[in-house]
Design a protein around this ligand. Structure first.
Ligand SMILES: Cc1cc2nc3c(=O)[nH]c(=O)nc-3n(C[C@H](O)[C@H](O)[C@H](O)COP(=O)(O)OP(=O)(O)OC[C@H]3O[C@@H](n4cnc5c(N)ncnc54)[C@H](O)[C@@H]3O)c2cc1C
Length: 295
């Protein structure tokens, strides 16, 4: 299919040009283009019919990873840049785990973390990962208004976020994770690097006595979209992070999950994936937390 006629293509080079580029049309008639790996399919299928496309790819200010006490990731940062950033260890390691296996090489070279989070497709990795890593979403509106939204409030459901149509996602901020914090992500797809049938992300921070002082567990691939697993978090919190606690946590997460049956997996299989992947991912996250900056 080919898109319906698009009246205007705009390609701003700076954030202030981007703000101007978002004016002049009803916000619902504008589509922002990042890597184009999801939205172009929707435009070609005429599910989305923009009058104006604002192509963000020249916004160099929105590219790259910056350390500022925590970590700020520009919305236009491509998966390949995250996958190749060997400094993303410890609490940030899950970002790299995910980016290394998003789609194929072409998708990783074009797709962006901001595009993935804004699209918020159920079977995608990065929304669940940034949910697990407790990100804050930094938004800029066409009128210059800025706002910060906690990721738990930003991800509303499949293909739905709290972003207003005229808001540009500028960056994602992560808290400062030092020694004693570790994270991990792993997905299972039908072929290597395919969209996740299920994915699991775990972030743990150890208390001074070596037990689990803080934890976030998130899941991808479930019909309701990226989501926390509070039952698993409750069991892991305060535990020694050993096999028994981890197994109990993911048995609870699997039992509580609203695991759909579809052509890729039935619900029993999805639950089994939550248990299997969860045990592996949690063990890796604890290991990374215990051993400092181990990638
Ligand atoms: C074959 C294939 C395999 C894939 N496999 C995986 C996988 O294994 N794991 C995975 O997680 N994903 C996978 N994806 C999806 C891929 O991650 C996409 O790159 C991602 O969903 C969208 O990112 P993008 O940069 O291409 O965004 P685009 O397609 O350009 O945009 C997506 C949406 O976000 C909006 N948007 C983008 N950037 C901004 C911004 N800065 N501010 C405001 N709005 C913005 C756009 O307007 C659009 O609505 C796959 C895709 C394909 C085609």
């Amino acid at each position: 299919m080919f898109p319906v006629a698009i009246e205007e293509y705009r390609r701003p080079k700076t954030l202030s040009e981007a703000r101007s580029a978002l004016a002049g049309y009803d916000p619902d008639d504008i589509v922002m283009l990042a890597g184009g790996q999801s939205i172009m399919q929707a435009i070609k299928a005429r599910m989305v019919r923009p009058r104006c496309i604002v192509d963000l790819q020249d916004l160099t200010e929105l590219k790259g990873v910056r350390r500022d006490g925590g970590l700020t990731i520009g919305a236009l940062t491509r998966y390949v840049a995250i996958a190749e950033d060997a400094s993303l260890t410890g609490g940030y390691a899950a970002l790299r785990d995910a980016a290394q296996h998003v789609g194929d090489r072409q998708i990783r070279n074009r797709g962006t973390i901001g595009g993935s989070v804004c699209w918020n497709y159920v079977a995608s990795c990065l929304p669940a990962v940034v949910l697990g890593l407790d990100a804050t979403v930094n938004l800029l509106a066409a009128d210059g208004g800025e706002r910060q939204v906690a990721i738990d409030d930003f991800l509303i459901g499949p293909l739905e976020t709290a972003r207003r149509p005229d808001e540009l996602l500028v960056s994602l901020s992560l808290p400062g994770y030092g020694v004693g914090t570790g994270s991990a992500y792993r997905k299972w797809g039908l072929v290597t690097d395919a969209l996740p049938v299920v994915g699991v992300c775990v972030l743990v921070t150890l208390a001074a006595d070596g037990t689990c002082g803080a934890v976030r567990v998130s899941l991808s691939g479930l019909a309701a979209g990226a989501q926390r697993a509070p039952d698993a978090e409750a069991i892991l919190l305060g535990s020694d992070g050993g096999d028994a606690a981890i197994s109990a946590a993911f048995a609870a997460a699997a039992a509580a999950a609203d695991a759909q049956a579809d052509k890729w997996a039935d619900s029993a299989y999805r639950r089994q994936l939550i248990v299997g992947l969860g045990r592996e991912v949690a063990a890796t996250a604890f290991d990374r937390a215990r051993t400092g900056a181990k990638p």
